[in-house]
Design a protein around this ligand. Structure first.
Ligand SMILES: Nc1ccn([C@@H]2O[C@H](COP(=O)(O)OP(=O)(O)OP(=O)(O)O)[C@@H](O)[C@H]2O)c(=O)n1
Ligand SMILES: C[C@](O)(CO)[C@H](O)COP(=O)(O)O
Length: 235
């Protein structure tokens, strides 16, 4: 059981139990290497670069055979074989595994977002704690958005004013998120959706465009280019 950790001992849950079907590859995308590290490792290290995160629970599928080769050489990281059939269920199972005993904050991050900047993690934590309100990293939508009709044509343009693309990590009080996810069901695709359904209005914390979710093959080389540039000193 995790006792009250306070704001300097935060828990992050990294969801890494997906199959990566949109990548069209046989191995789950979270184990794809960018340079010498897997996407999963990069996502975890970006979180651990924020000193207030002192515990990372990595949720993998119970059938994940690659997880046993993981060695983070860091006592802060625990691999939990509690992944579910949906992302939401993996998050719920990770929250249960964490066994919070007080309503501490929790951050939830996609293993598929390896380009996360530690500075953005710090910004999210600072903003949520200063406002005592949960929130998420997000970026404003730049493209003109079209709503598809049922025959592959554009029926209309969706006004993009005020539209943001949600990223992760998303940060909420653990007990509030547990309750919200329980009520929202497994159809929600992020934590903020569940909180919104519960009547909350999560803070939008402006993140960085490079915090992409690696979903399809082209995203992988985008992530490689981003991290290559970053390793050369460009943000
Ligand atoms: N049942 C699931 C589904 C997804 N995820 C995780 O949630 C993150 C975002 O999900 P997504 O990008 O959709 O990953 P996949 O579900 O693996 O991809 P796909 O939908 O293409 O199968 C990923 O880190 C993925 O590992 C998870 O932990 N459990
Ligand atoms: C949580 C998320 O990354 C926010 O944009 C996104 O909803 C995950 O969606 P996915 O279909 O599970 O990748």
């Amino acid at each position: 059981m995790i006792k009250n950790q306070g704001n300097n001992n935060l828990t992050a849950i990294v969801v890494a139990a997906g199959v990566g079907s949109r990548m069209g590859d046989k191995s789950p995308k979270q184990y794809k290497k960018i340079g010498t590290k897997t996407m999963l490792e990069l996502s975890i290290y970006a979180l651990l670069a924020e000193p207030r995160i002192t515990r990372v629970i990595v949720v993998v599928s119970p059938s994940d055979m690659l997880a046993q080769s993981l060695n983070f050489d860091n006592d802060a990281v625990t691999v939990a074989r509690v992944g579910g059939l949906t992302r939401a269920s993996s998050v719920q199972n990770g929250l249960s595994y964490a066994a919070f005993t007080s309503n501490d904050w929790v951050l939830v991050h996609d293993a598929a977002r390896p380009c996360l900047l530690a500075s953005d993690v710090s910004k999210l934590i600072d903003t949520c704690i200063e406002n005592d309100k949960g929130g998420l990293l997000a970026v404003r939508v730049n493209d003109t958005l079209k709503k598809e009709s049922n025959n592959g044509t554009a029926s209309h343009t969706v006004p993009r004013d005020g539209l943001w693309a949600a990223q992760t990590p998303q940060m909420f009080k653990a007990f509030d998120l547990i309750d919200a996810l329980e009520k929202a069901g497994e159809s929600v695709t992020d934590e903020a959706s569940a909180m919104e359904k519960a009547g909350d209005s999560p803070l939008l914390v402006e993140g960085t465009e490079t915090n992409i979710k690696v979903t399809r093959p082209t995203d992988l080389w985008l992530a490689e280019a981003i991290l290559d540039k970053r390793n050369k000193g460009l943000k």
